[in-house]
Design a protein around this ligand. Structure first.
Ligand code: CA
Length: 514
């Protein structure tokens, strides 16, 4: 029997009384493992098996933590699924330990570089893109029309520019623009406009009468500078119809393209990377293969001096007490608690709680509840100290591991991580999604070999080899780290970029619509 066919389960922590069956297609009842465990039930791939007899009320332990209590007796070898367990309450925020277990720094990792576009403000781009910001949805279709023409008529004349990207969105008017929640979408759009991959070339298209005027979108001080070099096209200032509107936008774009075309890649230390981590369409394998491998790569990046962001509030909420303990200082831990508390309240007002997070696909994939999903999710964050916390859409300035608060929604998280300054994105998936972003490369990591085999032209890294024993977490972690440097240098293309799969920008707007 080959290594890949032998019955195998993965146990994460020595205290665990459940493990995950990793064989593709699952295993039938009666299957005997090398250690003598015999399956009492058929168990689907990535689902849990009881390693001991469990009585009603017993804690079900995975990742060394209680992920639920048995609501009836489960015998050794039995299938431990969602219907048999009751999830615990979320850890209370008031009693989270503050910086009580800050990890010591890992040894520095020198000598790793990539070829990036260095900007005057010190940030480094991984692509060379003309970014066109918009103040309101009213202009989106017109900008889309102009961008299509730019790509065919202008871009071939500026071969050093990779792409033209319009940041279109539903915000900007018909919204309570002075409500407290408005700060989040506005700063998101402002920080997107100044993304490292846009090379400091600001371009804004405005309608004219909208609530979010260009001066509100852009930071104080930026627009006076722009008066010498116009960077805003206002549609309602045109007097000769659509033709003039489009011509104005095209003329402005061409000035920016000419300057962007002068940019050249230079050798930059890995410390200039700002890597955003995310998962989507997770399964129970994500937490033992893809996410730990990304966590190992995250530790390498932190050792190399880079910034690594993890996000997705509802997927870390149940591990809040572990992350506050890991904070570098009590202040960082309190910042983390503040973001969790804000989101608890946001969900409460909406009549929901964190249990709304797991999807039918997550559950079919073996994730019983949000606690199990959270424990698998934070494996992405590696093992280093939490150095900082940013609110939704805020720019991250710290090096090391940072929590950037975002919803778990793939598109909202990706958009907010871009606003935070992300120049490389690592995305793990078990169920599979063709996710991609126009503004920064997205490396997709599969949690299981079945997905990697079914989607060879969508998945960039297969972490399923960890489950079959063909590779270790460290092997795949190094593979991801090296691939990040290659992709950031423009030497390799992700599958999403190869196919041009770029999802929409989706803003997080907790404020009222009018
Ligand atoms: Ca997500």
């Amino acid at each position: 029997m080959s290594l890949a066919c032998e019955p195998r389960y993965l146990r994460v922590h020595e205290r665990d009384n459940v493990a995950v069956v990793v064989n593709e297609g699952g295993l039938p009842a009666g299957t005997r493992f090398a250690d003598g465990l015999v399956l009492a039930d058929a168990i689907p791939e990535a689902h849990k098996v009881a390693l001991t007899d469990l009585a009603e009320g017993d804690a079900i332990v995975r990742y060394g933590l209680t992920i639920g209590t048995a609501n009836r007796a489960i015998r050794r070898g039995g299938w431990v699924h969602e219907g048999l367990m009751t999830p615990p309450d979320a850890p209370p925020l008031a009693s989270c330990p503050l910086a009580t277990a800050t990890p010591n720094p890992l040894p520095a990792l020198g000598g790793y570089t990539f070829e990036g576009y260095r900007n005057p403000d010190g940030s480094v781009g991984t692509k060379n893109i003309l970014g066109i910001s918009t103040t309101v949805q009213c202009v989106a279709a017109t900008v889309g029309y102009a961008v299509k023409r730019m790509k065919t008529e202008l871009l071939p004349r500026y071969p050093n520019v990779d792409d033209v990207v319009a940041i279109t969105h539903p915000y900007g008017c018909g919204v309570a623009i002075d409500a407290p929640g408005a700060a989040i979408p506005i700063r998101t759009l402002r920080n997107l406009a100044q993304h490292a991959n846009f090379g400091g070339e600001l371009m804004v298209v405005s309608l004219g009468c909208e609530k979010m005027q260009p001066v509100r979108l852009m930071p104080a001080g930026a627009l006076p500078v722009l008066e010498e070099e116009p960077s805003v096209a206002v549609m309602q200032e045109a007097h000769e119809g659509f033709g003039e509107i489009v011509a104005n936008i095209m003329a402005l774009a061409e000035k920016k393209l000419a300057r962007l075309n002068q940019r050249r890649r230079v050798t930059c230390p890995a410390a200039d990377l700002v890597v955003g981590l995310q998962c989507g369409g997770s399964d129970a394998m994500s937490g033992v293969t893809a996410n730990p491998a990304v966590g190992f790569a995250a530790d390498l990046l932190v050792r190399a001096g880079a910034t690594v962001m993890f996000s997705e509030v509802t997927e870390v909420r149940d591990a809040a007490h572990l992350l506050t303990a890991r904070a570098a200082t009590q202040e960082v831990a309190r910042d983390f608690v503040r973001e969790m508390a804000w989101y608890d309240e946001y969900l409460r007002v909406g009549g929901a709680d964190r249990s709304a997070n797991p999807t039918p696909g997550n559950k079919q994939g073996g994730l019983a509840n949000i606690v199990e999903k959270a424990m698998g999710s934070i494996a992405k964050a590696g093992s280093t100290a939490l150095m900082g916390v940013a609110g939704p859409g805020e720019r991250v300035t710290r090096k090391g591991l940072v929590f950037a608060a975002t919803p778990a929604s793939d598109f909202i998280c990706g958009t907010l991580q871009l606003a935070a300054g992300m120049n490389m994105h690592i995305f793990t998936t078990g169920r599979g999604t063709p996710y991609g972003l126009a503004m920064a490369p997205v490396i997709k990591v599969a949690s299981n070999s079945g997905l990697a085999a079914r989607w060879p032209d969508l998945i960039d890294v297969n972490a399923g080899t960890i489950a079959t024993g063909e590779a270790t977490v460290e092997d795949v972690g190094w593979e991801i780290f090296r691939l990040i440097l290659e992709v950031a240098s423009g030497r390799k293309k992700t599958w999403a970029d190869h196919c041009g799969l770029h999802n929409d920008f989706v803003l997080f707007n907790p404020g009222p619509v009018t």
